[in-house]
Design a protein around this ligand. Sequence first.
Ligand SMILES: NC(=O)c1ccc[n+]([C@@H]2O[C@H](COP(=O)([O-])OP(=O)(O)OC[C@H]3O[C@@H](n4cnc5c(N)ncnc54)[C@H](O)[C@@H]3O)[C@@H](O)[C@H]2O)c1
Length: 340
Amino acid sequence: MHHASAFQANPRFEVVGICDIDQGRVDAAAAKLNIPAKGTDARALAVAVKPDVFCFCTLPNIRTEMIRAGIDSGARLIAMEKPVALTSAEGFVVRDLLAASGVKAVVSHQHRYGEHYRKVKEVVASGALGRVHTVYGTATGWMMHMLSHLIDYTRWFNNEAEAEWVMAQASGRGKLGDLHPSPDYIAGFVHFANGVHGVLECGAGAPDVPEVDYWWRKCRMGAQGTEGFAEVLTGGGWRSVTSQGSASGGGCMNYDLDMPPYIQQIADWLDDEKQVHPCNFGSAWRGFEIMMAFCRSAAQGGQVALPLSGPADELELLRAAVPQSPVLLSMAANAKEYGG
Ligand SMILES: NC(=O)c1ccc[n+]([C@@H]2O[C@H](COP(=O)([O-])OP(=O)(O)OC[C@H]3O[C@@H](n4cnc5c(N)ncnc54)[C@H](O)[C@@H]3O)[C@@H](O)[C@H]2O)c1
């Protein structure tokens, strides 16, 4: 509904069809948004209505099937939800299908449109931090939900420098069986070609963000340099301390504010090859490789070089390797999701 409403509200788009395997959901959505065609079979509907844009926001277990449906419908752009895939084996299939078809694609890392995220990017880009040496991100939600976001925005703060290697650890098997399958806790380092280091942790052991009440938005991302730091909290504003003084401001993740510019930039990219969408698949792919490399390092030990040399089933690697011992929590509020 967030995606369909935002497309419908943009004068450059008209939603010509909507699909869900749940008949009740699709009936309600089509009626609410006044959409002419609806169905429970995404491929059949897309092939029938021939959209310019094929957008899907299903759970992450059916990416290849949806990408094929989008390509076969003749769409010029596919808009998908994060994560890119559940394993690099599927990720490479998705990447290669898109590359062979020439269809543009974007991945919904739309938090970046929040005023607080943009403010931190602005401070980092202004040079006020001096020489940036570290980017960092934490989230209490688990990997398949949150790590994709943390990586995307910290890569953005670091001007999308190429990652050269990662090293990570993982703990806790509870969420390996989730619909967003993940170790309960994963943490690691990314080394970027420009010398910047990324420090990322996600899940049960990640630190509290006490400034934010809403559990899913307890995410802190930022950059540190020789002259100071700037950071954003997903659920509660931003702050910076630099040689010029300290500053702070508001802002909170909000679909109503974050989706419209994400959708507008889809129109802009379709109109003009040069206006490449900031959430373009190529950029999301490099973030996805970092996430999969974290899993490989956690499962197999040592550092993992990037780009990935070939496909693997990282979930199987994790299932074989993550210890049976229960995850240890960073705060009592995490027990509702991770036990303990
Ligand atoms: N970018 C963000 O901020 C953000 C926020 C929440 C969720 N997500 C992502 O969005 C995706 C969906 O998550 P959700 O929480 O909305 O899940 P959800 O379960 O609420 O919604 C998924 C919908 O897909 C439908 N569906 C399943 N198989 C289908 C098929 N073959 N064809 C058509 N419809 C099908 C389901 O019936 C359901 O209505 C996930 O990848 C999740 O990680 C992203």
